[in-house]
Design a protein around this ligand. Structure first.
Ligand SMILES: C[S@@+](CC[C@H](N)C(=O)[O-])C[C@H]1O[C@@H](n2cnc3c(N)ncnc32)[C@H](O)[C@@H]1O
Length: 388
């Protein structure tokens, strides 16, 4: 098939892409050299995190695998813009996608430096992971990353320092947000072995289920996949994990896994630890999980997020970073409309409600999950009082 091409710039990187993919909006996964401009936030954040994780390394270039490269946008941007020394291997099972990768390597002169020229491989992801070792693996398939997480964890080389200790990195993207958020509970049960239902805070549940799945998959291999930064945007979830070898750190992480017993009538929930054998009967609500109950952003990282953006980042990325910086770490969030309907009052402005909550001595913030939701240390009962 002849594919018409066009050249665009994303960040500081020039990309030759199939003409049909240049516009925003839904894409066909059959387009060779798949490129989605809506994923600029994902790639901007990956540039930022590669700088954070690999910039100051004295251990030589990081062996980075762009496992599902499409036209190579992710790996190219990380190599061109993170400022870290990165040896990228691009892989895709589509040879036409790799035609774009090769053009883009030449267009950005990534093969002109003194280091290793980038490798370009055409293999099924799982078969490549069975044969080679990498220090940072990026997983960005169509839909679910679930089948690739354990093979990627098994394919890590723990040859460098990550966040001060011996480790490696797995970053993953999931675009199957509908199952993860509870629209297709049977699919979520099958793919992630987790019970999910639609709730007012379903995006956070979806993200926590995805992280929890990665933590448990790694734990089976005596690895601790520590969540460093996780967020939702548009139609995808993104998770960066620092992976450490050892059963002990893996056990520690499992301590941050749990379920929630959610009562939709009262908009309340209680958190139950993973591994408990006396789970309460499904009477006062629904039992959801297992899922990750720990931090979504490492505290040391969150403090610095607003200073970590690069000038070339898109306005949307800057907005997401701003919200993530301001967001407090609480388990789950409240939709203000839902609270208003429980309290029987009209919906207050979110900033007004946030001030009232803080004035009453609680912590409270916006969330990046929805423009109409809040995070707070106040309980539902306290919030209902403060609504009217
Ligand atoms: C969502 S696109 C990747 C987008 C890319 N990371 C970017 O930022 O533009 C997914 C790519 O994975 C490739 N792919 C899907 N399943 C694969 C598999 N099992 N093994 C190798 N490549 C696969 C597809 O050909 C497609 O190019």
């Amino acid at each position: 098939m002849t594919v018409e091409k066009v050249t665009v710039t994303e960040g500081l990187t020039r990309l030759e892409i199939p003409k049909r993919t240049e516009r925003k909006g839904p894409k066909s996964s059959r387009t060779p050299g798949f490129f989605n401009p809506d994923m600029v936030v994902n790639r901007d954040m990956s540039v930022m995190m590669s700088r954070y994780l690999h910039y100051s390394s004295r251990e030589g270039p990081v062996a980075y695998l762009d496992l599902f490269s499409g036209c190579g946008a992710m790996g190219l941007r990380v190599a061109m813009e993170s400022g870290a020394a990165v040896d990228v291997t691009f892989n895709d099972r589509s040879s036409s996608a790799l035609g774009f990768v090769k053009s883009n390597i030449a267009l950005n002169r990534l093969d002109a430096g003194t280091g290793q020229p980038p490798k370009v491989i055409c293999r099924e992801a799982q078969s490549l992971l069975g044969d080679e070792r990498f220090e940072h693996i990026d997983i960005d398939p169509y839909g679910t990353p679930a089948p690739f997480i354990r093979p990627a964890m098994s394919s890590l080389a723990f040859t460098r320092t990550v966040l001060g200790e011996r480790g490696a990195v797995v970053s993953l993207t999931a675009t199957d947000t509908a199952p993860l958020c509870g629209t297709y509970p049977k699919v979520a049960l099958r793919r992630y072995r987790a019970v999910v239902r639609k709730t007012p805070f379903m995006k956070e549940v979806g993200l926590r289920v995805l992280i929890g799945y990665a933590v448990l998959e790694a734990a089976q291999l005596d690895l601790a996949a520590i969540p460093i930064l996780s967020f939702y945007h548009g139609h995808f979830f993104r998770v960066f994990t620092g992976v450490r070898p050892g059963a002990e750190p893996a056990n520690d992480l499992i301590g941050s896994m749990g379920y929630i017993q959610y009562d939709p009538e009262r908009y309340t929930w209680s958190i139950l630890p993973y591994g408990r054998t006396d789970l309460p009967a499904d009477r006062d609500g629904i039992l959801l999980g297992p899922m990750w109950m720990g931090d979504m952003v490492l505290p040391a990282l969150r403090k610095n997020l607003s200073r970590m953006s690069h000038p070339q980042f898109s306005q949307t990325t800057l907005r997401v970073l701003g919200k993530l910086t301001d967001e407090i770490e609480t388990r789950f969030h409240y939709e203000v409309n839902e609270l208003a309907s429980i309290a029987g009052v009209s919906t207050p402005r979110r900033d007004v409600l946030l001030s009232r909550i803080k004035d009453a001595g609680h912590r409270a913030s916006v969330t990046h999950y929805s423009p109409t939701s809040i995070k707070t240390s106040a309980s539902t009962e306290e919030l209902v009082e403060l609504m009217g």
